[in-house]
Design a protein around this ligand. Structure first.
Ligand code: SF4
Length: 322
């Protein structure tokens, strides 16, 4: 990761690292900073270009929030990050952790930045059997301890050291307790409970989704759609439906050469999808009627589909057909 700690690069890297592994983020971060080296260039970029730089990181709402927040920073703050917790957390997508990271790492303010590394370290050091997301009680215990650390000087190095300690020594699976510099203070080590700390998070059971995804051609064009709700909301995507018949009927078009091209598997949040790829042609570029006012459809050039369809589900379906 970039050693330079300015507010913009800190914001981008910390946002990418939420729910995504470091090795996945590295290449994306380098490409992003090459295309959008400043908040001004990010704010001025078309949304579709911004989303295309996010492809492979998942949770596209993060990219949309970065884009919207960049526009607000440029329009309302003259391109400068407001160095205050309240004004930072008022921006789209910036929560207490990201605000704390920007304020402590880039502005050197004594602000806590409680990430997954710190939660793991604190749970073991204190032998805490709860997690901050479980209740207000646990939340305040963790954040208060993070604040006590951040109030030591210098806060940027304290927070960075804690994150690195969690990533390199007090690791999730095999913490190096034998060489731990703070092992004498670790309650979980003293009680031989390191393997139970932090406690397991209660996860939502995966939801199996079966359905169909349509690749519809008109000459050298491809039909795409965008809605405001459901999976892949606000993103251009290939049409999807529970059965091929329903999907085709809903378009109200005369289709030919209909054929099945195979199955694709894809996961979005806790949805585990298995979709049949269906190919079809139409002889008219009339757009099907939109089911409601928040829904859009358009024909895009087939040879430039990657400029519009930035989700990896579309890429899997198109690979299956081509
Ligand atoms: S002793 Fe082990 S579990 Fe405790 S803080 Fe050190 S590395 Fe983590």
């Amino acid at each position: 990761m970039d050693a330079k700690r300015d507010p913009y690069s800190t914001w981008i890297s910390e946002t990418m690292l939420q729910q995504t592994r470091v090795d996945t983020v590295l290449g994306h971060y380098a490409r992003w900073m090459q295309s959008f080296p400043t908040v001004f260039l990010l704010a001025a970029a078309p949304e579709q270009i911004v989303l295309s730089h996010w492809q492979g990181l998942g949770y596209y709402a993060r990219a949309r929030n970065l884009h919207q927040a960049a526009q607000i920073i440029v329009q309302e703050h003259g391109g400068k990050f407001p160095p205050e917790h309240k004004r930072l957390t008022a921006l789209p997508g910036i929560g207490p952790y990201t605000a704390g990271a920007i304020l402590s790492l880039a502005f050197h303010q004594p602000e806590p930045a409680l990430d997954g590394n710190l939660i793991r370290v604190f749970s073991r050091l204190q032998n805490w059997e709860g997690l901050p997301q479980e209740s207000a009680h646990w939340k305040s215990l963790y954040w208060n301890l993070a604040t006590r650390f951040a109030e030591q000087s210098p806060p940027n190095l304290i927070n960075e050291a804690l994150m690195e300690f969690g990533a390199l020594v007090c690791t999730p699976k095999k913490p190096d307790c034998a060489h731990c510099p703070i092992g004498d203070h670790c309650q979980a080590l003293r009680l031989d409970l390191v393997h139970l700390r932090p406690p397991l998070r209660k996860t939502r059971a995966p939801l199996d989704v079966r359905g169909n995804i349509l690749i519809l051609h008109y000459q050298d064009k491809l039909l795409v759609e965008r809605g405001t709700t459901g999976l892949l909301a606000k993103q251009w995507r290939l049409p999807m439906g529970s059965t091929a018949e329903d999907l085709i009927r809903a378009l109200e078009l005369n289709l030919s050469d209909i054929r099945k091209c195979g199955l694709v598997k894809h996961s979005i949040t806790h949805h585990r999808m298995q979709l049949q790829v269906v190919f079809a042609k139409t002889q008219s570029d009339v757009l099907p009627p939109d089911p409601d006012e928040n829904f859009q459809r358009q024909w895009i050039p087939l040879d430039r589909w990657q400029e519009t369809l930035v989700n990896s589900l579309a890429a899997k379906a198109i690979r299956k057909w081509s």
